[in-house]
Design a protein around this ligand. Structure first.
Ligand code: HEM
Length: 411
């Protein structure tokens, strides 16, 4: 551990055990204090905020900046040991989740109309159709991996259609995106970033010449009060929407179904009363949401969160998964209960960066899980303890979810 790591706990030392079950570690940290320094697996020192109230405050505090230009010198300062820093492709990072107002306000305004609950509701028939087609395709299969069959293809198909991206490219895209989000190997990250930026740049040129009826074409040709995006901003925006749009909802669906299968009494309740579905989706998000830690912020001055004072120039990660199980906010927070009032969870973040895609994610989650339950009886075909979780400090998601499906009424 490097000298400036102080008394930081190294997640790398916790190893795979942390990724397979982060909840026990989070519960210990919550007991201890609202926040504490830890080392991420590649040696970067950050402050991890684990209690609900303080995580919520951190997410909305303007003294915690998301300006990408400000990140770079801090990556050098807080990298411990000799590990090589990750190299970023500059054309992918100029987006709203890496900016503060007024840039953030401007970028978000250009695209937010496409994601309002009303606009998203218009996608319902198409999302239902895609779900039906995917479930038709596994009808005779019996055993299947639900990630591959439904949870991954549904959101990626929807977001690709919204953005005008050819579906043929989605496997390449998935690989680059997974590599970038995992962030484990600097060479692989650099190669994936270059490939992704090249792909999106070509797409901008194509849609500039032949605009379609999609958000990306509209952004390329946008003149919102004479504002428009430059080429780098366009590529970064498409990158953010694509990654945010499919790295997350896949986990909402797969982890949500897993938790129903692990709690059969909750599954029975949902089957018996389908009006519980929207509340169940909120509980999926609270109990084990797709995003483990929110993205990087840094302190522009000293900031006190509860019992902890964080100096200026430090990275802060709000642990959404930990906050969402904090007993101070959610009674019996470690238990899965689809009838609880799960509202107020932080799975979509909080403040000005609150998830733009929340209405879309909720709709996709409801349609996917609702349709699955309508059509099939489902059973896990592996012991829950043997399922593998992705080694990402950002995302919480299963690699595979092996299940057997039997058509309801055909038993
Ligand atoms: C269940 C699925 C999803 C979850 C749990 C989720 C979660 C989040 C979280 C936690 C943030 C804030 C991160 C932070 O403050 O550090 C965020 C931001 C964002 N999400 Fe989502 N997201 C989901 C689906 C989507 C979808 C489908 C889209 C649409 C394309 C999307 C687009 C965005 C965008 C553009 C931002 C940045 C907003 C800003 O900076 O103002 N997300 N999301």
């Amino acid at each position: 551990m490097g000298e400036n790591a102080n008394h930081a706990t190294a997640l790398a030392e916790l190893g795979d055990a942390y990724f397979q079950d982060p909840h026990a570690f989070h519960a210990e940290l919550r007991e201890e204090s609202a926040a504490r320094p830890i080392l991420l697996p590649r040696g970067l020192k950050v402050w991890l905020v684990t209690r609900y109230d303080e995580a919520r405050l951190a997410l909305a505090d303007p003294r915690l900046s998301k300006d990408f230009a400000g990140f770079l010198p801090l990556f050098e300062r807080h990298q411990t040991g000799t590990r090589e820093a990750t190299r970023f492709d500059n054309s992918l990072v100029q987006h709203m989740l890496n900016s503060d107002p007024p840039t953030h306000t401007r970028l978000r305004k250009l695209v937010m109309k496409a994601f309002t609950p009303r606009r998203v509701e218009q996608l319902r028939p198409r999302i239902q159709q895609i779900t039906d087609d995917l479930l038709d395709a596994v009808a005779d299969r019996g055993e299947t991996d639900l990630v591959e069959a439904l949870a991954f293809p549904l959101p990626i198909t929807v977001i690709c259609e919204m953005l005008g991206i050819p579906l043929d490219d989605r496997d390449d895209f998935r690989e680059w995106s997974n590599t970038l989000v995992a962030g484990n190997d600097p060479d692989a990250v650099e190669a994936a970033g270059t490939a992704m930026a090249g792909f999106l740049s070509t797409l901008v040129d194509t849609l500039r010449a032949h605009p379609g009826d999609d958000i990306f074409s509209a952004l390329i040709h946008a003149t919102d009060e004479n504002d428009r995006l430059d080429q780098t901003e366009l590529i970064s925006m498409a990158f953010l929407l694509l990654v945010a749009g499919h790295e997350t909802t896949v986990n909402l669906i797969a982890t949500g179904v897993l938790n129903l299968l692990r709690h059969p009494e909750q599954l029975d309740k949902l089957r018996a009363d389908r009006t519980l579905l929207p509340g169940a989706v909120e509980e999926f998000l609270r109990y084990e949401g797709p995003v483990n830690q929110a993205t990087f912020r840094f302190t522009t001055e000293e900031v006190t969160l509860g019992d902890v004072t964080i100096p200026e120039g430090e990275f802060v990660l709000a642990s959404l998964m930990s906050a969402n199980r904090d007993e101070r906010r959610f009674a019996d927070g470690e238990s899965f209960d689809i009838t609880r009032a799960a509202g107020g969870h932080l799975a979509f973040g909080h403040g000005i960066h609150y998830c733009l895609g929340a209405p879309l994610a909720r709709l996709e989650g409801e349609i996917a899980v609702g349709t699955l339950l309508d059509r099939y009886d489902i059973a896990l075909t592996a012991e829950p303890e043997t399922l593998r979780w992705r080694s990402s400090t950002l995302m919480r998601g299963l690699y595979t979810l092996p299940v057997s499906l039997s058509a309801r009424g055909a038993r």
